[in-house]
Design a protein around this ligand. Sequence first.
Ligand code: SF4
Length: 424
Amino acid sequence: MDRLKILADGAKYDVSCSSSGSSRSNSGGVGSAASCGICHSWTSDGRCVSLLKILMTNRCIYDCAYCVNRRSNDVQRVALSPAEVAELTIGFYRRNYIEGLFLSTGVVRSADYTMELLIQAVRTLREQYRFNGYIHLKLVPGADPLLVQQAGLWADRVSVNLELPTRESLQLLAPDKSRDSVVGPMRQVSSLITANRAERKQSRKVARFAPAGQSTQLIVGATGESDRQIVTLSEQLYQRLELKRVYYSAFIPTVADTRLPARPEAPLRREHRLYQADWLLRYYGFAAHELLDEASPNLDSELDPKTGWALRHLELFPLEINRAGYEELLRVPGIGVRSAQRIIRARRQGHLGTDDLASLGVVMKRARYFVTARGRYAGDAGLDSNGLRSRLLDRPLQKRPVQLSLALEQPVRDETASLITGEL
Ligand code: SF4
């Protein structure tokens, strides 16, 4: 239990986990990622985790400046064997504590040796215990391509963390890793997923490769990149490598290092804004250059990015709700994907009035300034950017949600924070 505590604690800074998208079926084993996906929990600082989330070991030969497990940090070092990881996972699963495994690790001996240990653990779970539940496996930067390929055959999702947005920042804070050792496996996974899709169209007998895709994590605030650089990078990752998710992790100073900023608290508000911008990229048809440009390279801390965009484009508003196209509706602050779909469906039955919008899920406290319904404007102010801005400023963020945990006590910090989904 002591080792588990240490290894689960060591894994909490990795936020690149989510179980959506898997369709691994179950034939005669236990667990299923297909029927209901994995159950998500919220960490004490608002992040989403799939339990059991552990490191195989917190020993590491690398010395990343931001990492509590780096070799120069004086912490107790422990490890689990692959057999122990498999046994623990199935034990928790059978007790209904977890629905899947998120397995990461420090690097021991070499990238390949470490990757082999991880693969051995998940292979034991799949073969020996016939576990068909969700598995998210970290790829070790620099691991041999053959091992990367094997990892994707046993896991539902794989991820290798970019950690820092630029090559220079990575060199500064994680000198043992290189951009190529991180991006190489991401590229390989992307092309293997594409090839696997094509092969499975020819024959369903072909084994699935990383059916839930790949994700990555970027640490925000440890180096000086602007939000524009970060959002543009994410856009490229979604478009070129088809990543399922990019996770943003506000820099938390856990170790002292002269290369790190002396930041008393993590930029959680910034992390939240990045998740909102990310949501706009993935679901709302926004491009990175629409959200941020050279003149405004950072997201507005007081306004969500869609509202910020709308205030910069007031010439497009107010939009008549009964005539606007789906893409136009998505650009209205307060109208999300579901409410836009409901509007399109509902107006087939007749023209909508402003009174109908709230029942369709529209957040009228924001949307009313940007729409008309049957020609009627429901806002209590004109379309003036400054006036609207003061009306639309975000309220203080809510308290952090409390982490469900495996009885591994974690202090619940009474700070304000944001949820990370970012739907606008
Ligand atoms: S490789 Fe770097 S980030 Fe990963 S455990 Fe080792 S020191 Fe930490």
